[in-house]
Design a protein around this ligand. Structure first.
Ligand code: G4P
Length: 536
């Protein structure tokens, strides 16, 4: 039998792209994102043994031991990408940092996905960070599948959870799997569509055992195994779901009005495979990517890609960087020459990388929807468009005006050069923003959340051997200056003490407080003080 790979590339384009699912998992810390990620990889055949609970702390440390701060805080701050294939579907799973201080990085990662899985802790329901990330997804029209995790433990009543999610997120819900009891009464999970009953192992634990396909909710096999009161409650709930809640409607889901819901347990392996089946069946294949007024069709012949993340110093012994590029259209093949739009430079991509679960592989070919890593020495920036032809530029990757500004103080003045290099590298990576004041040449670091400052200082020390500290800056807020270049220049010339350049050399106005910002704005009506800068 011929496989897709036997056909010429032109004939493969559409089917190859159609079988790709590029998605992220969003959740509040501790809901189970790490566990679910591992299990998706395990069920997707990408790894053979997911880290057991005891081993996981160790594995987590290994995975990110280049980043001291992760060890100290026990949080994951860097996004990564994992690719795997299951039943003919190619999944690209993008990991998002869990901590709220990294919202900007998360935001950028979410520009590179077509759908998301939202993990909710069954005992806690919708938490603050889930809500925030959900809002970002809604803003970007990213459809969501909900995974209600930890049903092996005592949790909220399933209907109470449904009501809460539906209310807080203004979303219709369509349950696909439903727990038979929870916590002490847990008897597995039932798939309302397939009538698969995922049963317990039977060894007194809450581990997954086998799956059995039943004839329906009234199958006597349930009566033989489940306590009558638990079963009666489950049957009542399942009937109510069938009567009162909508079936999965793919269009409503893809438009973001409805979320299919899976109750399950990542740790105990319940419904991870069902979730993968749901993603395969319903999640959208690569969607058109916005580039100004047009949307670039993924099935275009010409290759185009968007750099949504840059990771510096993945290997501390080399100053190399990896740029993460989402292929937005066409078929990419290794060695291809791509233009870095806007710079006039062309780049031969000779060593592109696929990120498989625990290893990397040279990417010989990639299709729209795939994420490749491009090693480089700093030429590629977040927001860059790479294109085989033409000068289209992808849009929608923002940089936010920082909410915290700090002046950098260097311990050892002999290390100025290294410090500049470090600040430049890490700001190009998008970790924080660095501004250089016109008068005095001070380095001002701007962040959205305070934890970014710690990460910055710790990485500068670990990766560049430079100790820096942050001291209060006399500024509270920053705005990019836009408008007629002549007027902007005139403003810059007379306001040197409160103007700095960002990493791209674009001028930024620094205000001591909100009042001053408003005052300056009123005095300069022809200049725009921009809060969100579109990266280019
Ligand atoms: P996160 O990435 O979203 O922060 O969550 P993570 O997967 O690390 O899970 C948080 C905690 O919840 C972990 O326990 C994990 O074992 C537990 N957990 C995840 N899924 C399930 C589930 O389906 N059922 C139950 N009962 N627990 C689950 P921990 O004790 O904080 O971590 P560890 O010390 O065991 O690694």
């Amino acid at each position: 039998m011929n496989t897709l790979a036997d056909f010429p590339a032109e004939a493969q384009l559409k089917p190859q792209i159609a079988r790709r699912r590029t998605f992220a998992i969003i959740s509040h810390p501790d809901a189970g994102k790490t566990t679910l990620t591992e299990k998706l990889l395990l069920f997707g055949g990408a790894i053979h043994l997911a880290g057991e609970v005891a081993a996981r702390g160790e594995r987590r440390r290994t995975r990110s031991d280049w980043m001291e701060i992760e060890k100290k805080r026990g949080i994951s701050v860097s996004s990564s990408v994992m690719m795997f294939e299951r039943n003919g579907i190619v999944f690209n799973l993008l990991d998002t940092p869990g901590h709220e201080d990294f919202s900007e990085d998360t935001y950028r990662t979410l520009t590179a996905v077509d759908s998301a899985v939202m993990v909710v802790d069954a005992a806690k329901g919708i938490e603050a960070q889930t809500l925030k990330l959900f809002e970002v997804c809604r803003l970007r029209d990213i459809p969501i599948i909900t995974f209600i995790n930890k049903v092996d433990r005592e949790g909220m009543d399933p209907f109470e959870l449904m009501d809460q999610i539906a209310d807080k997120l203004a979303l219709e819900l369509s349950p696909v799997t439903w727990p038979i009891g929870m916590g002490g009464q847990f008897h597995g999970v039932y798939n309302l569509n397939t009538h698969d009953w995922h049963k317990l192992a039977g060894d007194g634990s809450t581990k997954f055992g086998t799956t059995e396909r039943l004839t329906g909710l009234d199958d006597p096999k349930l009566d033989a195994a489940v306590k009558p009161d638990v079963l009666a409650e489950f049957r009542g709930q399942a009937e109510l779901v069938a009567e009162a809640m909508p079936k999965v409607d793919m269009e409503a889901y893809r438009e973001g009005h409805l979320s299919p819901v899976f109750f399950g347990s990542a740790l105990r392996d319940f419904c991870v495979a069902d979730l993968l089946d749901g993603l395969s069946a319903w999640a959208p294949p690569p969607r058109p990517q916005p580039a100004g007024d047009v949307a670039v069709d993924p099935n275009r012949d010409e290759v185009s890609a968007l750099i949504f993340k840059v990771q510096a110093n993945m290997d501390p012994n080399h100053r190399d960087r990896i740029a993460f590029a989402r292929i937005c259209s066409g078929r990419f093949s290794r060695g291809m020459k791509l233009n870095q739009v806007g710079t006039g430079k062309s780049l031969a991509v000779t060593a592109p990388i696929f990120f498989l679960a625990e290893e990397r592989e040279l990417a010989e070919e990639a299709w729209a929807g795939d994420i490749i890593g491009i090693p480089n020495h700093g030429a590629l920036r977040v927001g860059d468009t790479l294109a085989e032809k033409g000068d289209l530029r992808f849009t929608g990757l923002p940089r936010f005006a920082p909410e915290i500004l700090r002046r950098v103080r260097l311990g050892d003045p002999m290390k100025t050069k290294q410090m500049r290099r470090a600040l430049q590298d890490l700001s190009e990576e998008g970790l924080a923003q660095v501004f250089r004041t016109h008068l005095g040449g001070d380095h001002i670091v701007g962040v959205v959340g305070a934890l970014q400052l710690d990460v910055m200082a710790s990485r500068v020390e670990a990766e560049y051997k430079v100790k820096i500290e942050f001291e209060p800056a006399p500024f509270a807020t920053a705005r990019w200056l836009a408008g007629d270049p002549k007027l902007v220049k005139a403003f810059v010339d007379v306001n040197k003490s409160v103007v700095a350049d960002d990493v791209d050399g674009d001028p930024v106005y620094l205000a001591r407080n909100a009042w001053e910002l408003n005052y300056t704005r009123e005095k300069n009506p022809d200049i725009r003080f921009v809060e969100i800068k579109e990266m280019h």
